[in-house]
Ligand binder design. Sequence first.
Ligand SMILES: NC(=O)c1ccc[n+]([C@@H]2O[C@H](COP(=O)([O-])OP(=O)(O)OC[C@H]3O[C@@H](n4cnc5c(N)ncnc54)[C@H](O)[C@@H]3O)[C@@H](O)[C@H]2O)c1
Length: 254
Amino acid sequence: MGRLDGKVAIITGAARGQGEAEARLFVEEGARVVMGDVLEAEGKAVADDLGDAAVFLKMDVSKEDDWERAVDAAKGLGPLNVLINNAAVTHFASIPDTSLEDYQRVIGINQVGTFLGMRAVLEPMKAAGGGSIVNVSSIDGLQAKNGLAAYASSKWAIRGLTRVGALEYGRFGIRVNSLHPGGVDTVMGNPVGMDNIDEFYKDYPIPRCGRPIDIARMALFMASDECSYSTGTEFVADGGWNAGQILKWLPGAD
Ligand SMILES: NC(=O)c1ccc[n+]([C@@H]2O[C@H](COP(=O)([O-])OP(=O)(O)OC[C@H]3O[C@@H](n4cnc5c(N)ncnc54)[C@H](O)[C@@H]3O)[C@@H](O)[C@H]2O)c1
């Protein structure tokens, strides 16, 4: 028995990183998956590796028409039960150095993309008798960092959207929650592919960087019926980052 037996999921940003780990884990647990991404070669290679249970769709989450195509692709696999709004980009710049174009690009993909996905799946999920929407936010949707104006704005907005979605969709049996990873060893979290990435996390309660599978396991729980009584809330997988700071000069640090 798989934990997602019989379910059909759309996972965006599934060509690599956390989205790829989610696609692999979901298929292992019995789901059929539409893997949406702008990275065609990488996405196709993962889908081919997963066989009949996965189809790759070249899609840009910020484009309305692409969501219609994603829903159509899911229909080919069966009634749609799960959406993982995972695709995102980041942009590092101070506020004065953030151009309007860069700000709007990040908002367009991370925030508007999430909105379009939530809107597109409502009718198919209603028809399926319910579902689960997982909106991937971030530790930066719970706190913030300098240099991340556009990204943090988009990730905080996703929390708000999630709560509105929970309020509007609950009566149709559709749960909507946000997922908040801490640092994760992917192209986004470790752009230059440092071997010693864990070093940067040695002062956190769980003293290592997250791995895509750490987040995929949380997404699996949120997508599954085991998470049946939670909606409109935040699920955090951050190694304890948001708990606070270990201060070496106070008791309890060693
Ligand atoms: N890596 C981290 O440290 C970290 C921390 C907190 C939250 N997150 C969040 O986790 C999620 C997954 O990120 P990741 O770490 O796997 O990063 P990643 O960069 O490896 O993967 C992101 C994927 O999204 C795709 N994508 C980007 N723009 C797209 C678009 N317009 N349409 C469709 N696909 C698009 C990319 O091609 C890529 O495959 C993101 O929402 C990210 O914001 C990441």
